[in-house]
Design a protein around this ligand. Structure first.
Ligand SMILES: C[S@@+](CC[C@H](N)C(=O)[O-])C[C@H]1O[C@@H](n2cnc3c(N)ncnc32)[C@H](O)[C@@H]1O
Length: 235
């Protein structure tokens, strides 16, 4: 079965690609301005290719959500980043705050079918939670997802299992509370990924917490867009 053509299948613009290639090549010489590479919006990526039937099912669901019912979903680039992060640390348990209609959760599922892991995800809005359930059920691997309806601030207090990757994408002024409640469950070597570190502006108390504690090391990526904070829990 082939995946229906979707937004991930946009051809790479050869002009932009060659411009970016030239910028990268130029940046390797001492005199070249690095900003050339930084300012070129990269059009080198291609759609992720399914390497298994499970991946094919998830990609088809992603396509459908992308077209029909995303609600404040992460940009595609951030979804792909989430998948790569989760898969590369071999995440067995991912916790997401802010399911919405399941778009970022589907990207995470691409990792979890590979690692044999599971996703616990929280959403306060009944309609979005319901849509997410439907979207997860389209993948054929929804047994890997526990989607919880309710206020995550209260619901997460029931969590006891270690977390490999914690993804914060619910109420933006709640990030510090989520960190304080779930940070202790994140294993050493695990990641805390926080969305919207550029736009809307993040809660400075959260930024302070992940940049001044020696237990954490944090980088901020994709700051030209919504921005993503990636925090390694070192111990
Ligand atoms: C930015 S959207 C999440 C997008 C999703 N991660 C994606 O990329 O597809 C934020 C979601 O968090 C939900 N939310 C806000 N406050 C919440 C809370 N206290 N508990 C659970 N969910 C909450 C909102 O209803 C909204 O659907």
């Amino acid at each position: 079965m082939t995946r229906p053509k979707g937004p991930f299948d946009e051809p790479v613009d050869p002009v932009r690609r060659s411009m970016f290639g030239a910028a990268v090549a130029a940046s390797m010489t001492a005199a070249a301005p690095l900003s050339m590479a930084q300012s070129g919006r990269i059009a080198l990526e291609r759609a992720p290719l399914a390497a298994s039937n499970e991946e094919r099912g998830i990609l088809a669901a992603l396509d459908l959500v992308y077209r029909n019912h995303r609600f404040l979903s992460v940009p595609e680039e951030d979804g792909r980043l989430l998948r790569i992060l989760a898969e590369s640390i071999g995440a067995k348990h991912v916790v997401e705050l802010g399911t919405s209609t399941g778009y970022s959760g589907l990207w995470l599922l691409l990792a979890l079918v590979k690692t044999g892991g599971r996703l616990t995800t929280y959403e306060i809005d009944r309609r979005r939670h319901q849509l997410a359930l439907e979207n997860f059920s389209r993948t054929g691997v929804s047994k890997r997802v526990r989607a919880v309806l309710g206020d995550a601030h209260a619901e997460i207090t029931r969590l006891k299992d270690p977390i490999d990757l914690l993804f914060l994408d619910a109420d933006k002024d709640g990030y510090l509370d989520y960190l304080q409640k779930l940070g202790p469950l994140v294993r050493a070597g695990g990641l805390i990924v926080a969305h919207n570190m550029a736009s809307p502006p993040p809660d400075p108390r959260y930024v302070e917490a992940v940049t001044t504690d020696p237990a954490y090391d944090t980088v901020f990526l994709n700051m030209h867009d919504a921005g993503v904070g990636v925090t390694l829990k070192k111990r």
